[in-house]
Design a protein around this ligand. Structure first.
Ligand code: F6R
Length: 369
């Protein structure tokens, strides 16, 4: 059942290339266009949508935060992302031209279910992104795009997250395709890159030994901070969440640009800070800014753990530990940058003697509000 691994989580981390490939299977045709016939929401409805609202909890919420960057960039439709537990209590503005996307691995999360019920009562169309066939959330939605991660047993979500990202990219690209935006060429190029990305995830997994060694060396620390920018910001949040739930350590993710507005006061000698660096090619302005952030925190004594693209030499002088990830299109980077953070949290949890698959106080699916 654990397939030779000590924990389900390790097995599920290792299964990510397959989970990603399976989630793409049959959804890209020979011409490189998307065929999401399963999204039974009529093309006319998708063309007329004035707003996308994503609701989800925990790790699925982080997938939603990343989806916002992709949806707004490729489709120019405004997109909001909200914690499902906050959504209906603030009387959100919704109508029949709002497309609500509910993301849930289990399909049984009560907060997400209540949010989608509220959205449908207001006339919005709901598309579920879900990993569990026939579960409540897809049954109560107008349409569903299933992720094909296979059963996820470990409480901490790993492979389901990567497949949620893939599904979010598919939704964003499909909306772009249906609506025909000026990014047509970019959309086709990204679909090609997406079709190859499972190999990149595999390559990351092959180079994780130094990350494990680093994690073990940090077992005595109390706090780890995570910084990121653009799509790297939700990745930082996800890295921090994994560490909290598995290692029971104080972990916080920040948008790197916010550092100077407060969090930099936390930096002290030998504090481990993980920084997810954007590609130096895509949003190159951001790359330079994040490199300056690394320089600033290191000057204040932080121990910098830098996740950067292969070939990014600018980070080398400021990285106490350097974790390399393959070159990917900017918006797709979370599919590779999240993986080292999962491995890091899992190994730290083990080093601290914690139960990896069953962290204290947590349940796999939260069926109460
Ligand atoms: C974190 C984790 C939780 C879930 C959240 C939503 O590792 O597993 O944060 O992501 O409870 O669960 P689903 O996706 O089943 O709705």
């Amino acid at each position: 059942e654990k397939g030779g691994y000590d924990y389900f989580m390790l097995k599920e981390i290792a299964e990510q290339p397959k989970a990603v490939a399976d989630t793409l299977l049959g959804r890209i045709d020979a011409e490189g266009s998307l065929t999401l016939d399963e999204v039974r929401i009529p093309a006319a409805v998708l063309r007329e949508a004035t707003k996308v609202v994503i609701v989800a909890c925990g790790t699925a919420f982080h997938a939603g935060l990343i989806a916002k960057y992709a949806i707004e960039h490729w489709t120019r439709i405004p997109c909001e992302v909200e914690l499902a537990s906050e959504f209906r209590y603030r009387d959100p503005i919704l109508d029949h031209r709002t497309l609500v996307v509910a993301i849930s691995q289990s399909g049984e999360t009560m907060d997400t279910l209540m949010a989608l019920r509220h959205a449908r009562e207001q006339g919005a169309r709901v598309l579920a992104i879900c990993n569990t066939n026939g579960s409540t959330i897809p049954r109560e939605s107008d349409a569903v795009l299933y992720t094909h991660a296979g059963p996820e047993v470990a409480v901490a979500s790993t492979k389901a997250f990567l497949t949620q990202l893939v599904a979010c990219y598919l939704v964003a690209l499909y909306l772009g395709q249906v609506r025909g935006t000026k990014w047509g060429d970019e959309i086709r190029a990204v679909i090609r890159d997406l079709a190859r990305i499972a190999e990149d995830v595999e390559r990351v997994l092959e180079t994780m030994e130094p990350v494990r060694a680093l994690a073990r060396s940090l077992a005595g620390h109390d706090t780890v901070l995570f910084l990121g920018r653009h799509v790297g910001y939700p990745v930082a949040l996800e890295g921090a969440l994994k560490l909290k739930e598995l290692a029971y350590m104080h972990a916080e993710g920040f948008a790197a640009g916010e550092l100077k507005h407060g969090p930099i006061a936390l930096i002290e000698e030998d504090l481990p800070v993980v920084v997810v660096v954007p590609s130096p090619r895509g949003r190159s302005v951001l790359h330079g800014k994040v490199v300056s952030n690394i320089q600033e925190i290191r000057a204040r004594g932080a121990r910098t753990i830098v996740i950067a693209e292969e070939g990014d030499e600018a980070v080398v002088p400021y990285a106490d530990h350097l974790i390399r990830i393959p070159v990917t299109p900017t918006l797709l980077q979370p599919l590779v940058s999240t993986v080292p953070l999962q491995v890091f949290a899992c190994e730290l949890a083990t080093a601290r003697g914690n139960e990896v698959d069953q962290p204290r106080n947590l349940a796999k699916s939260v069926t109460v509000e």
